[in-house]
Ligand binder design. Sequence first.
Ligand code: GRF
Length: 208
Amino acid sequence: MSRLKSIVFISGNGSNLQNIIDNIASDYLKMDIVAVISNNANAQGLVRAKASGIETIVIDTKDKYVDKLLVVMDAFEIDLIILSGFMKILPEEFIKKYYGKIINIHPSLLPKFKGLDTHKKVLASKEEYHGASVHFVTSKLDGGPIIVQGKTKILKNDDEDILKSRIHKIEYTIFPLAIKWFIEDHIKQVSDRCYFDNEVLECPIEHL
Ligand code: GRF
């Protein structure tokens, strides 16, 4: 069987990208990253990709960019698109074309706290727990079927930075796990639902 080919989309630091690269190097993830795409030419994630010999592509997302993006994508045969801190909303046409092949990591216990500033929002709420979710992507922002979540109790002295760093640690476990399930054909997105080994997931898998 040939190795699965993925593309990773980033906008910033790319610590999750680095973690995926490291998990490929250790052979936990039996796939290849054929390119890293960023909307931000100064993203640290691009430096990380280059250091690992991965092709990098910067796309200008200011105007309608779907046609340009589809041309870029056509150069590759892609099995999986990994949104790893990509801070742009992908065009609907793109999401339709790659339906079932796009996964995203989001720093909250979805469906709570979609969108930006999740650590700030959770601290301003009365929630007892915070966490991260990996989900398949649909045209609803952060609204696609959730695959796996990890959570942490919010502590008295937590601030945004402390939470961010705890959430990142959770992400470094659940993101590779979901990617591994995808590679091994355990998970699938069908009609906006997530299936695990052909059984519909009624609720996300909770990673302890
Ligand atoms: C992560 O917290 C991810 O959940 C969110 O953006 C952040 C990216 O961090 N979508 P990094 O660039 O991987 O360090």
